[in-house]
Each structure stands twice: as C-alpha cells, then as structure tokens.
Design a protein around this ligand. Structure first.
Ligand code: FAD
Length: 306
C-alpha cells in the first residue's frame, strides 16, 4: 500500500516526467544576471537538457555560443544550441557546428529560421547556405554524432500550404537524422494530441515533445502567438481579462492555467515537456514541482517523488 504522503503528479500516471528548459542569450549585464539566477534555480531539477536560442537573422551567434559554452564549463547541465540556416553559408554554419563540438556540446536544435525581413515575408535561402532544415540536419550529422532536435507545429507553420505538407517536412527532417521534435507552443491540448496522432500515422516515431509557454504576460504571449500561427482560445483571454495592472493575481492565474495544461497532458499520457522559460524561473519551477520533480542537490537525475 502506498504511504499517505505518496505524491502523484497525475490522477492516472506514475510515470517519471522529463523536462527541458529553453533560454535566450542575454543582451546586457542585467539580463545575464537574471538568466544565470534562473539557470541556478532550475538546474537542481535535473532537466534532460537546457537549450539556448539563436537570434533572428543569426544575430546572436556569439552570445548563443558564449552562453552554451558557459553552461558546459560552469554547470553539469547538458546544453543544446539552437542554430538556423539564415544569413550564413554552409561552410560558416559547419564552422559554428564544429566549434560546438570542440566546446563539448553534443546537442543542436536545428532550424531553418525566419526570413531576414521578419515572419510573414518570403523566405529566401542564403546563396551557398543550407536551403531547408533537413539539409542543415544532414550537415550537422556530417560534422559529428550530435543529437539533433527540430521544430514541429501542431497548428501548422504559417508558411506551410497544409498541415500534411508540414508533417512531410517534419518527416524529411527526421529522415535526415533528427532525433526529437519540440513543438511550437499551443494552448489547446487537443491540437497537440491530434497532431501527434497524424505524425505517428505518417510513420514518424521520434519523440514529439510539447513546447509549453507558461503565460507570464498575456499580451506578450498573444503577440507571440499571432506571429507563430498558434491560436489563442477565448477562454484563455477571458482568464486574464481585467488583470493588466494586477500583477499578483496574474501570477496566480498564470500558475493555475499552466498547471491545468500540463496535468491534463500527463493524464493523457504525456511525460516529457519543453518549457519556454523566457529566462524566468519561478513559474516554471512551480509547474515542475506540480509535475513531481524535486530539486536534487547531488548528481543523481531528478526523480518524481514516490
Ligand atoms: P521548418 O520546419 O524547416 O519549416 C519551415 C517551412 O518550410 C514550413 O512551412 C515547412 O512546411 C516548409 N518546409 C520545410 N522543409 C521543407 C522541404 N524539405 N520542402 C518544402 N517545404 C519545406 N527561430 C530562430 O530564429 N531562432 C531560434 O532559436 C528558434 N528556436 C525555435 C525553437 C522551436 C522549438 C520552434 C518551434 C521554433 C523556433 N524558432 C527559432 C522559429 C523558427 O525559426 C521559425 O518558425 C521559422 O519560420 C521556421 O523554421 P523551422 O526550422 O521551424 O521550420
């Protein structure tokens, strides 16, 4: 019989939960301090990996590299470096990949990237650059035996002609060597679960890890969603209505909304999550606690409390 203190993250699942955290490279000393305090707070949860984004148009090449290199040097976390095909020749991209290998990085999140003129404009591959993400994935795998994650879009990438065409593109990325897909964020779990069914029916068998964006700031999340093609349900807008200046209540609602989303996914069989942290730890830490993860002071991997 289980102890009365036994904790179950889900009404139906006792499977261990795996998490990963996404950060962006800091632009200033102040942002750097806030990034590192978030990494320090979340690291004892022993994430599967932590990823660092690559700025639009390749704008953060150095900062992404420096942040990833510091994660290797100063922590026991496994970093994943985001990398895009934008604004660089194949040779230049391969050079970046080699420098990651030399720095001890073994995981890259491979992306095509947005058009240089911004989302919504026409994408043109750089002359001499990798044309599509599948080419980049193959290029990375030629440089070293990297783990390669790629993106997936439960509500379709805005440029894709159809969801099926997008799933074909995902299949091409996996056929070129991608080992995991991380989804764009979504707020309606049915979108994700239906997408996974279609992906499996297409013969894609890599993990499709749901990307979770805890809504710290509804206005900002809605604006990201508009750019990425993610839909914002009316019920979500209603939950944050009237709280624009009430930060404390907004935080409580944000925690409740995120908890509802991830616990519903756990109940529906999901046990791996990728959190878009926005370089802030508190909300993500609380959700991970709800998922049963506990800070581990030792080098042991984090376990779900039994
Ligand atoms: P892809 O999956 O490569 O697809 C882009 C479009 O091309 C789709 O319409 C697809 O259907 C089509 N397509 C793909 N392959 C083919 C093919 N072989 N033939 C024909 N059509 C094809 N952006 C950044 O700038 N930096 C980041 O760090 C970053 N991190 C991200 C992390 C995640 C988890 C996600 C979901 C997105 C991220 N993005 C990032 C955003 C991403 O760069 C943009 O969404 C971009 O517009 C597309 O890049 P992709 O690799 O996601 O697209």
């Amino acid at each position: 019989m289980s102890s009365p203190l036994a904790f179950r993250p889900s009404r139906h699942s006792t499977r261990p939960v795996k998490v990963s955290f996404e950060f962006f490279p800091p632009k200033s000393a102040e942002m750097e301090a806030s990034l590192w305090s978030s990494i320090e707070r979340l690291a004892p949860l022993r994430p599967n990996f932590v990823s660092v984004t690559y700025g639009a148009g390749g704008s953060t090449r150095e900062r992404t590299h420096n942040t990833v290199a510091r994660i290797v040097e100063d922590t026991s976390l496994k970093p994943a470096a985001h990398l895009t095909c934008v604004a660089a020749t194949r040779g230049e991209v391969d050079e970046v990949v080699r420098s990651y290998w030399d720095a001890g990085v073994r995981h890259i999140v491979a992306l095509r990237g947005d058009p240089i003129a911004g989302p919504g404009t026409r994408y043109e591959a750089h002359p001499g650059g990798y044309e599509q993400t599948c080419d980049l994935v193959a290029g990375i795998r030629r440089v070293g035996d990297f783990e390669v994650s790629v993106s997936a879009y439960p509500e379709k990438h805005p440029e894709a002609a159809s969801l099926d065409a997008d799933i074909d593109a995902l299949k091409a990325k996996v056929d070129c060597g991608a080992t995991r897909a991380i989804t764009q964020f979504f707020f309606d779990n049915d979108h994700y679960l239906r997408f996974v069914d279609r992906v499996r029916a297409r013969g894609i068998d890599v993990p499709i890890v749901p990307g979770i964006l805890p809504v710290q700031n509804f206005k900002q999340a809605a604006s990201f969603a508009a750019r990425t093609g993610a839909s914002v349900p009316d019920w979500l807008a209603a939950r944050f209505e009237g709280l624009e200046t009430d930060i404390e209540t907004r935080k409580l609602i944000a925690a409740a909304v995120a908890a509802e989303q991830v616990l519903d996914l756990v109940d529906r069989g999901v046990n791996e999550f990728h959190f878009y942290t926005m370089n802030r730890a508190d909300l993500v830490f609380a959700i991970c606690h709800l998922l049963g993860l506990r800070a581990q002071p030792t080098s042991e991997p984090a376990q779900v409390a039994a």
